[in-house]
Design a protein around this ligand. Structure first.
Ligand SMILES: *Cc1c(COP(=O)(O)O)cnc(C)c1O
Length: 364
């Protein structure tokens, strides 16, 4: 029985080895490793891909989020509306700026921020909203933007799981006022190390992000604001350029696998993911809900199928946020108890997906 891996980052190197080797050699022989031609070219190519006016390479996804918040002037004393269910980085970025987190519960069927819950969460100090395109599906942006405009709020989208996703004809990266991407190896577009990017249509945000990420300097050794150091390096940019060429194909494979799961598992007791109208998920994760999660994990593992949980514990239940442990976020808590991620990715083929379906059905 062949093992079905949850993630196989090595596979992406193996399928592209000659091109990756050539990219690495090109960088090594250039003798230029930071802020050079590869980063510049990747920024242009990723801007073109998303349709955003600006793309700025960064060190990772968490930095991308923090850089945008700081570029938008979010800091001490401000409140930020953040999903109650997300990877902790979305929360940490807010905390790192000194601002406060106001958790907003998701729509239970889509797992993304519920626009109808924004009004009740709003405070006089609210300055920004961070919708997360969780699991690869864009948040319901139209009502969120309408609310943001009404209250003059800045909207940063966390697009770390949504390279290539589309909402009503608009690409992830152009939704909201700015978007934060991660190129962590396991993402749909992943480097062979850390990396990230910010995309935006806004000239001032772009300029501020570049400056803050460069020690607060626009001109070398002129530091007129407090910045830090966050850069995409030449090697990762060169690798990402090779992979960007494959992104649409790989996202297509994910969609095919998702389709096989959705059709094949429709008659099981599992709660399946729901994609909202006029939206294209890039299926970073295929997340189901199961009452007997532990049982299903074991059954799949017995059949050599790897699974994972995104995420096992809600951010407000983490030690890092023990000041918030007392608050009640029942939707997020229920989600965290039951979610299970089935394997999905370009390393799998349709037969693998059909085998997963058969083994899951066999559990019930
Ligand atoms: C991966 C991820 C991040 C953080 O990206 P890093 O590159 O690991 O810092 C932020 N938000 C979400 C939703 C993510 O999935």
């Amino acid at each position: 029985m062949k093992q079905i891996r949850f993630l196989d980052v090595g596979w992406t190197y193996q399928t592209l080895a000659p091109k990756m080797d050539a990219a690495a050699k090109r960088v090594l022989e250039s003798g230029w490793f930071i802020h050079g031609k590869e980063v510049e070219a990747f920024e242009k190519e990723f801007a073109l891909y998303t349709g955003a006016k600006h793309c700025i390479g960064t060190g990772n996804g968490l930095d991308s989020l923090e850089l945008v918040l700081r570029a938008a002037g979010v800091g001490h004393g401000d409140d930020v509306l953040v999903p109650s269910n997300t990877f902790i980085a979305t929360w940490l970025a807010v905390t790192r700026t000194g601002a406060n987190i106001i958790p907003v519960e998701p729509v239970e069927s889509t797992y993304t921020m519920d626009p109808d819950k924004l009004e009740a969460a709003l405070t006089p100090k609210t300055k920004a909203i961070i919708p997360v395109h969780l699991y690869g599906q864009p948040a319901d942006m139209d009502p969120i933007m309408e609310f943001a405009e009404k209250h003059s709020l800045f909207v940063l989208t966390d697009a770390a799981q949504a390279h290539g996703a589309v909402y009503k004809g608009k690409m992830s990266g152009t939704l909201g006022h700015a978007a934060a991407f991660s190129f962590y190896p396991g993402k749909n577009l992943g480097a062979f190390g850390d990396g990230g990017a910010v995309t935006t249509m806004d000239d001032t945000i772009a300029e501020n992000v570049r400056k803050i990420a460069n020690y607060g300097a626009t001109v070398k050794y002129e530091h007129d604001s407090l910045g830090f150091n966050s850069r995409l390096d030449e090697m990762q940019a060169a690798f990402l350029r090779v992979k960007l060429d494959k992104l649409d194909n790989w996202n297509w494979t994910r969609k095919t696998i998702a389709r096989i799961y959705l059709d094949g598992l429709a008659d099981t007791p599992l709660v399946l993911p729901v994609v909202i109208e006029q939206t294209q998920s890039v299926w970073h994760l295929f997340v189901v809900r199961c009452k007997d999660r532990d049982g299903l994990i074991k059954h799949l593992a017995d059949h050599k199928i790897e699974t994972s949980i995104h995420y096992p514990k809600a951010p407000h239940k983490q030690g890092a946020y023990k000041n918030m442990a007392g608050i009640s976020l029942p939707i997020s808590e229920a989600i965290h108890r039951e979610v299970l991620s089935l394997p999905i990715g370009p390393h799998m083929d349709e037969d693998d997906a059909r085998r997963v379906v058969e083994v899951v059905k066999d559990f019930f």
